[in-house]
Design a binder for this molecule. Structure first.
Ligand code: SF4
Length: 345
């Protein structure tokens, strides 16, 4: 049976018309799903009994189970959600001064094989549907009673490898009659799937784009991220330039520092040169420095804070805005690169 949360508003209108109903019912259903967050069609009391029965015959309402919930000392909450088919995914709620932010997963497992990431240890199973992406936010709002103001696609999976569903989910998140989260408060992160970055630019959505860069030279980057063999840095930079030319929007570059791997000033200098020569647009570049998180059987150790600060200062002194990301939830393995697919069977 189809999950009704997989449909955006226009698609749901078409579905209803195909069932012999009036299209405007879709807006009523959207309100029940995303404002009232009901779990059954019977609760949609302004719909006729006949329509509710038709909906029950044709659709289900996706509802995850909370299998585990870990609360960090900094207030970050990591959820393990059961999807009902034996699979489970992790999502994280982070508390910032500006509001509540949810890091969502986009796939069950990940094909990209980044060497510093726990998600890659478990095999790829499948991509999440749009409704399953959105459900992570709804479930967290239901559980905490709080409103989520920001969404980052940085959990398990490569969002650009599930492009259509991610874009559809963004449309529902962003719709004023849906979850009504402003596009500027939604951030999509990619390991560097070049064709999809260009497609993302062509769609001209107002979301923020983040690129996991982690090194400015192909040898080191390929050793950390196999995707670099398919789309080396030159192609990645060309796609970023295309995005900036087209949208005039900022790109955030993620750079996880691992000791003696990519964290010395020679690496910082390479990064400055790369961004300046290949992109220009210094006002549209931001580098997020992340102390790499050690994972089980992982090869990388975290850089010292001193090194990270020197790296940041070097970038800032050479005209590249860089900040060190405050790590949330590392005591519960909820920090960047620490989420993993789980199996409930
Ligand atoms: S860092 Fe992202 S793209 Fe790379 S393996 Fe992990 S989840 Fe996949």
């Amino acid at each position: 049976m189809k999950n009704i949360k997989d449909y955006n508003l226009d698609a749901l209108k078409e579905e209803l018309v195909s069932l012999g109903e009036k299209g405007f019912r879709a807006e009523q259903i959207f309100k029940w799903l995303y404002v009232d967050k009901v779990k059954s069609f019977d609760e949609m009391t302004n719909l006729s009994l006949e329509l509710r029965n038709k909906l029950k015959e044709n659709y289900n309402i996706c509802d995850f189970s909370i299998e585990r919930k870990l609360v960090s000392k900094d207030g970050t909450i990591k959820y393990l959600f059961g999807l009902g088919d034996g699979n489970a995914i992790e999502s994280v709620l982070m508390q910032y001064k500006y509001g509540k932010s949810v890091c969502v997963s986009s796939q069950i497992g990940c094909k990209m094989g980044c060497k510093f990431c726990a998600s890659t240890g478990a095999l790829f199973v499948r991509s999440l549907t749009s409704g399953e992406i959105i459900e992570q936010i709804i479930k967290i709002e239901q559980d905490t009673g709080e409103t989520v103001s920001n969404v980052v696609f940085m959990g398990i999976g490569e969002p650009m490898d599930n492009f259509e569903n991610v874009m559809n989910a963004i449309g529902i998140l962003n719709n004023q009659k849906g979850l009504n989260i402003g596009a500027r408060h939604i951030s999509v992160s990619t390991s560097g799937v070049v064709p999809r970055i260009k497609e993302f630019a062509d769609k001209d959505v107002q979301c923020t784009l983040s690129i996991s860069l982690h090194s400015a030279n192909n040898k080191t980057r390929s050793s950390m991220m196999p995707v670099n063999n398919a789309y080396p840095i030159e192609e990645l930079m060309a796609a970023c330039k295309y995005y900036m030319d087209k949208t005039n929007k900022r790109i955030s570059f993620e750079y996880a520092l691992a000791r003696d791997n990519n964290d010395n000033l020679k690496d910082a200098d390479e990064l400055v040169n790369l961004l300046k020569t290949k992109l220009g647009y210094l006002n549209l570049i931001h580098v997020n420095l992340i102390p790499i998180n050690k994972i089980e059987n992982g090869n990388y150790d975290q850089s010292s804070l001193e090194n990270i600060m020197k790296f940041r200062d070097y970038l800032n002194d050479h005209g590249i805005t860089a900040t060190i990301r405050r790590e949330l939830g590392s005591d519960i393995s909820a920090a960047c690169g620490q989420l993993r697919r789980q199996n409930l069977k």
